[in-house]
Design a protein around this ligand. Structure first.
Ligand SMILES: *Cc1c(COP(=O)(O)O)cnc(C)c1O
Length: 346
């Protein structure tokens, strides 16, 4: 089997961006106070607030699952529920960590085309929960970029947030690929978050060139009152916090994070176009970020796997092939894959 340096299984299979690695090395000097009371962490928090054009409360945690659960937990009682898309990471890929972080809490999955929640689903769920006998919906969680590679635009987020707020619900965004969503539509981080009614964001970077460490961003700093206690209690208050926070200084500097996401999206657009030129393969859902979903006949998938290409072939409602482009995907990777796909399809 061909050994390939890069493939399309996931954007978390890619390594660390050199600029991010340099920021880690730079932070590796001398003694620095632990638990986040250090200059690197303060500068990284300020850098996040700056890109959102607002004073935010920012916390760095190890990964996306803890980011989602901790962000939501700040708002939840044990009898609460979180409305999330049925194909969301929160619902399908986090082993109900949410119910572990806040025992008793559950997600209520809702449908909606192309991986996006339909605003009416929120009203419908809230009115169908029997008071006292059903869990109390307290938050809605959107994923942007969605798990099916589509984008919620600011006006869509606003519509959902308006529906949620009328019912007293908090709005959370799982932004594991927030950079790819922004790069796709070209709006400001503020427009796609707090200006559209988002209360708290799990701001991911690992899928886009960080090695580890996601940020939790509360747009109203007072929401974060006793949050450090939650971090500590859940084992998420890193002792050498500077190594979780300093990478963000390299990542956010001079718009690197958006450049990298734009590149991944461009590679996905190229791949999409090449696949659209092949009669026996079908692109599914609007390709808006760095993911291309396609229906590829099983025989051709087997041949591609034999050629050393790695990608999942059972993702989402259509159990489709999911081809993720990364910050380091090259045009040659895309061309070679498309050539092999053409041959595999016969
Ligand atoms: C990758 C990902 C996460 C974070 O996953 P971890 O493995 O916990 O870091 C969260 N949400 C989405 C949509 C993701 O793709």
């Amino acid at each position: 089997m061909t050994q390939r340096p890069r493939h399309f299984a996931s954007d978390n299979n890619a390594g660390i961006s050199p600029e991010v690695l340099a920021a880690i090395v730079e932070a590796n000097q001398g003694h620095v106070v632990g638990y986040g009371h250090d200059d690197y962490t303060e500068r990284a928090q300020a850098a996040v607030s700056e890109i959102f054009e607002k004073e935010c409360a920012v916390f760095f945690v190890s990964n996306g699952t803890s980011g989602n659960c901790l962000a939501l937990s700040a708002f939840l009682e044990s009898y609460d529920a979180v409305i999330a898309h049925e194909h969301s990471h929160l619902e399908t890929d986090e082993c109900n960590a949410l119910g572990h972080f806040v025992p008793g809490v559950k997600a209520i999955p809702v449908g909606g085309p192309n991986g996006k929640i339909h605003p009416e689903a929120i009203t419908q769920i809230v009115s169908s929960q029997r008071p006292v006998h059903g869990s109390l919906p307290r938050a809605v969680s959107l994923t942007n970029l969605s798990e099916l590679g589509t984008v919620y635009r600011p006006e869509e987020v606003r519509t959902i947030a308006n529906a949620a707020k009328r019912l007293g619900l908090v709005v959370h965004v799982d932004g594991a690929r927030f950079a790819n969503a922004l790069a796709s539509i070209g709006c400001s981080p503020a427009d796609l978050s707090w200006r559209s009614g988002v209360d708290v964001l799990s701001f991911g970077g690992t899928k886009n060139g960080l090695g580890f460490g996601e940020a939790i961003v509360f747009f109203e700093p007072s929401f974060a009152g006793e949050f450090e206690y939650r971090l500590k209690q859940t084992g998420q208050l890193a002792s050498k916090m500077r190594f979780l926070s300093a990478p963000w200084l390299g990542y956010l500097k001079d718009g690197l994070w958006l450049d990298r996401a734009r590149h991944a999206n461009t590679m996905a657009a190229r791949l999409e176009n090449l696949i659209r030129g092949l009669a026996q393969a079908e692109v599914l859902y609007p390709r808006e970020g760095n993911a291309v979903f396609a229906r590829i006949p099983d025989q051709a998938v087997d041949k591609l796997h034999e050629r050393g290409w790695r990608f999942y072939n059972d993702v989402g409602p259509d159990r489709a092939a999911r081809l993720m482009c990364s910050w380091d995907t090259t045009e040659e990777d895309v061309n070679e894959f498309a050539d092999d796909l053409r041959v595999a399809l016969g």
